[in-house]
Write a protein that binds this ligand. Sequence first.
Ligand SMILES: NC(=O)C1=CN([C@@H]2O[C@H](COP(=O)(O)OP(=O)(O)OC[C@H]3O[C@@H](n4cnc5c(N)ncnc54)[C@H](O)[C@@H]3O)[C@@H](O)[C@H]2O)C=CC1
Ligand SMILES: O=C(O)CCC(=O)C(=O)O
Length: 526
Amino acid sequence: MKVLVSDNLGEVGIQMFREAEGIEVDVKTGLAPEELKAIIGQYDALAIRSATKVTEELIAAAPKLKVVGRAGIGLDNVDIPAATKRGIVVMNTPTGNVITTAEHAIAMMLALSRNIPAATASLKAQRWEKKSLQGRELYQKTLGVVGYGKIGAIVADRARGLRMRVVIYDPFVPPEKITADGYEAVSLEDLYKQADYITVHVPKLKTTANLINKEAFAQMKPGVMIINCARGGIINEADLYDAIVAGKVGGAALDVFEIEPPGDNPLLTLDQVICTPHLGASTAEAQTNVAVMVARQIIDYLTSGTIVNAVNVPSVTGELLEKIGPYIKLAEQLGLLQAQLIQGAPKEVVVEYFGDFRGIDLSPITTALLKGLLTPMVKEVVNFVNAHVLANQRGIKVTEATMAAHEEYTYLINTKLVTTEGESVVAGTIFGKQDTRIVRINTFRLEMIPLGHMALIHNQDVPGSIGEIGTTIGKHNINIARMQVGQETGGDRNIIFLCTDTPIPQEVIEELRGLRTVKTVTPLEF
Ligand SMILES: NC(=O)C1=CN([C@@H]2O[C@H](COP(=O)(O)OP(=O)(O)OC[C@H]3O[C@@H](n4cnc5c(N)ncnc54)[C@H](O)[C@@H]3O)[C@@H](O)[C@H]2O)C=CC1
Ligand SMILES: O=C(O)CCC(=O)C(=O)O
């Protein structure tokens, strides 16, 4: 497995890749998009920070790519829908740099209030200017925090330590939680009205782009100070410029810009603006944290399939995988069997889980069923990341239900597939700790091991029938490794599963179909 590190990742993370068994790592930072596109085809994993842009075009040039790991939080540089469609897991490290970034926001607020960058520049230019560099106290001022997630909550806590009054706006956090934490939950309008300082800590989404704009500035207190250590473009840059020039906004501290590096962004010409080049997460501690986390997560995914901190697929830890692994395998086999048994385009999948699956996240098992079902039907590589997306795109309705114990089996997965041509029911269970068995196909009960090259034969349950089938196959020098027979409840038909050492050629299938007692023959592959 080959990993490409395309942004500056802490050395400790690179070392972890070097030491991981079966993994090779290349570090190539600062590549132009075309250079990256030219080499990405060799890699199974990509470790990035914010500089690398993982676009749809890059993904199309990366047929082996399985995982993109972001050493940090923001994923606005990754086309997540394009990665998901291709089955690429996208992970970040949501906790590694939050303290560091919150501290940066507090540092920016203090530096802005006390004119520290301007004072440093003035003194270094041999001037001793005290009057023009007079600042403001934070004590008893109101800080408005927009976004009470991981970073916003730490900023609020540190600001409280500075004896600021903290008001918070976050429509997705219950106000009771904010109140219980000791702050005031307010509407955005009230935050604008009350705050002396406003700091944003929301992700950049369609709903948060230009969140703070001309209309918002108009509602704020004169002289308000603005801090953005989240993402450029959450605050409209042109409107901020105008508000500063008009004297409505007293100053702004910006770590992030709509375009980075910001080049000749007019905001950088204003004395009231202090800035850093996206340094929010740049401390030794945070970079060690995120490098270790992203390396561990990528290595675990490549070597054991464990998924942690993915944003486009549910996390499946090693522990959970151990518990549900056999059912994941069974569900995939059930899906694969359904796909090979029935004609027509799938319209609906119903999966019923019988037995005590309490407290177990069943979604990876249902996803595995879809993976098995869709694999023979679609061109794309189907995996745990894109199975649901592909099912959705094809309009397949998926219903999942947990049932009480089954009368015969402790645990049973029953699946019903409805297609444009009909419907079929297939069920399976686990024997012992991990041996998968198909125990029902429509009206037939059986105990079939779904493995290798197989043929499913419907025949009449009369003496000599099985012998004729065996003779026909043997005549062509094909060895039957296993044979399982299932009987129809209350009927006179059998189904026979033959497992052969080599696939049964089409002409032999036709010959079998011509036998007097054989009704249908369906070749199957597992
Ligand atoms: N400058 C830097 O170097 C760094 C920047 N960041 C950025 O910081 C931001 C926050 O990160 P985290 O706290 O980890 O995120 P988070 O996901 O923990 O919290 C985000 C919060 O924003 C809230 N939110 C979403 N839409 C909102 C809206 N319209 N109005 C108000 N609140 C809204 C959510 O409910 C959530 O509570 C992200 O944009 C991230 O990319 C993160 C790390 C470093
Ligand atoms: O990697 C960096 O320096 C930026 C970190 C960041 O913006 C993030 O984690 O969202």
